[in-house]
Design a protein around this ligand. Structure first.
Ligand code: NDP
Length: 499
């Protein structure tokens, strides 16, 4: 993302902060001296530059992680790793306002949502701080003349590649379990939103992280991300992002049979039966789609509504969507900020054009006229959408809802599952029998009943089908960074006696 936006905007050079990346315990520039611009999506102005890491910078970071792993980190006790994780959480809580503000300026999201994000990130470090002392193997039921057990050991250097929609939260979901497991890592934030992780890195040494244990490398996806994936000393890749990039990473990782875990896209169904609490249902449809400007992997952007409440539901949802307040994220009244980048705004605007040809518009459908600057998109509701339409099948990653009518339970389940994705789903009904039947029939890694989006660090996160594999959060999250060693001890001193 090199850009001439600095020249286009009136932002003075002195207002641009020049960040460094964090390798082997030091803040450094890229060897080649290249940088890229980072923007405020509400002003379109450049707010920072970051080093554009090349393969040699990634090599330096991976080697530092490898040295740190074999040089002692893997024998640091779970208790000590836990304390470091708790201290990281404390730092996030102490710097909540500063980090939340930076997250909002850099990503566009409303400040209230950024503040929740900081709490979630801190909670994630606390959870894995506790879990670091509870990683153990099992004793296995073998015959009396033997003892067998399993040992859990860290995988080694992890390569972690994260997206721009929840920058510090996504970093926490990757760094915290890897540290709890005893891994070292090289993490690459998205080019659009590297700032809060670099800010947090200022505290890494103070919380007790030895040099090389967590390295933050900034740069272009195919260049810096690609170098992480290909590096021979990286044992495992954890990736969150688009399915398209997931496929590239899987192909590249295949050469070394490198472990991968993927949290990819989604097109999650949010299903409303006519017996659902109507007001809650309408709110749930809007919240499920428009939170974080719709830039959410689990966005409930396919809204399935039973025919007998369909018209009333579309009208009520459209009336509410029109009242959603758009504006700069730092304004506390803002409910929806700009999208993260010009590229993303154009991408979503492209889908709006497609949608206008595929369905009817109940609300929004374009870019708001009242802002001179900022990558805004109106909260948009398309209705009478056929499930085979592009806007019903492809991940838009913006504030765009596709409403699809259905006849009965069987019809709802059929439509809900008719997508390549399987990340999340929600069902709204007051009939407990129906709720459980639908939960069992849905092909998704996360299913909510009478809500959409609540996420708890204790519960597994990940998808079925093309939404990826592996699970983050909870004890499942740490499993992704552990090997299992089987140990067998013979207690019978007699010769084996075979030959
Ligand atoms: P990407 O999948 O391209 O980016 C996610 C991360 O992968 C970024 O850190 C990116 O780096 C990196 N990356 C990109 N290409 C490579 C590569 N060849 N090798 C290794 N790493 C790579 O998402 P986009 O930002 O392009 O967004 C496009 C669409 O992807 C969205 O509209 C949305 O549909 C989907 N998406 C889904 C997310 C989810 O949580 N499920 C999150 C983000 C996007 P860099 O930033 O430098 O390009």
């Amino acid at each position: 993302m090199t850009s001439t936006a600095a020249a286009r905007t009136k932002i003075r050079k002195s207002e641009v902060t020049h960040y460094k990346m964090y390798i082997d315990g030091k803040f450094v520039g890229a060897k080649g001296g290249k940088t890229f611009d980072v923007f405020d999506p509400s002003t379109e102005g450049v707010i920072a530059t970051c080093p554009a890491a090349g393969a040699e910078d990634v090599d330096r970071a991976v080697k530092a992680a490898n040295r740190a792993f074999y040089g002692g980190w893997r024998s640091v006790t779970g208790q000590e790793r836990g304390r470091i994780l708790f201290r990281l959480a404390e730092r996030i809580r102490a710097r909540r306002s500063e980090l939340a503000e930076l997250e909002t300026v850099n990503s566009g999201k409303p400040i209230v949502e950024s503040e929740y994000d900081m709490d979630d990130a801190a909670t994630c470090y606390e959870y894995y701080g506790g879990l670091a002392t509870k990683i153990n193997g099992e004793v296995l039921p073998v015959p009396a003349d033997a003892v067998a057990f399993t040992m859990r050991e860290p995988v080694g250097v992890a390569g972690q590649i994260i997206p721009w929609n929840y920058p510090l939260v996504m970093a926490a979901w990757k760094i915290a379990p890897a540290l709890a497991a005893g891994c070292t890592m090289v993490i690459k934030p998205a080019e659009q939103t590297p700032l809060t992780l670099l800010k947090l890195a200022e505290d890494f040494e103070a919380v007790g992280l030895p040099p090389g244990v967590v390295n933050v490398v900034t740069g272009d996806g195919p260049v810096a991300g690609g170098a992480i994936v290909k590096h021979l000393q990286v044992r495992k890749i954890a990736f969150t992002g688009s399915s398209a990039v997931g496929k590239i990473i899987m192909r590249e990782a295949a050469d070394q049979l490198k472990r991968v875990s993927f949290e990819l896209g989604g097109k999650s169904p949010n299903i409303f039966f006519s017996d659902a609490d109507f007001e809650n249902a309408v709110d749930g449809a809007l919240f499920g789609t428009f939170i974080n400007q719709g830039e959410v992997c689990s966005a409930g952007s396919r809204v399935l509504v039973q025919r007998d409440i369909y018209k009333k539901f579309v009208d009520a949802a459209a009336a509410k969507a029109k009242t959603i307040r758009l504006g700069p994220g730092l304004d506390r009244e803002t409910k929806m900020g700009p999208l993260v980048s010009e590229e993303q705004r154009d991408r979503v605007a492209g889908y709006l054009k497609v949608g206008r040809g595929e369905a009817k518009v109940a609300a929004g459908g374009g870019t708001p006229k009242r802002f001179d600057k900022g990558w805004y998109i109106e909260p948009t509701i398309f209705y009478d959408v056929d499930n085979s339409a592009k806007i019903a099948q492809e991940e838009i990653f913006g504030p765009v809802m596709s409403v699809i009518p259905f006849k009965d339970e069987a019809d709802a389940i059929r439509i809900a599952n008719a997508t390549p994705y399987g990340l999340a789903a929600a069902v709204w009904t007051r009939d407990i029998f129906r709720a459980f039947r639908v939960v069992k029939a849905l092909e998704a890694g996360i299913v909510w009943v009478n809500h959409m989006q609540p996420t708890f660090v204790e519960a597994p996160w990940g998808g079925y089908k093309a939404s990826g594999f592996g699970r983050e959060l909870g004890h499942w999250g740490v499993e992704e960074y552990l090997e299992t060693k089987q140990v067998f001890i013979n207690l019978d001193e007699k010769p084996i006696g075979w030959y």
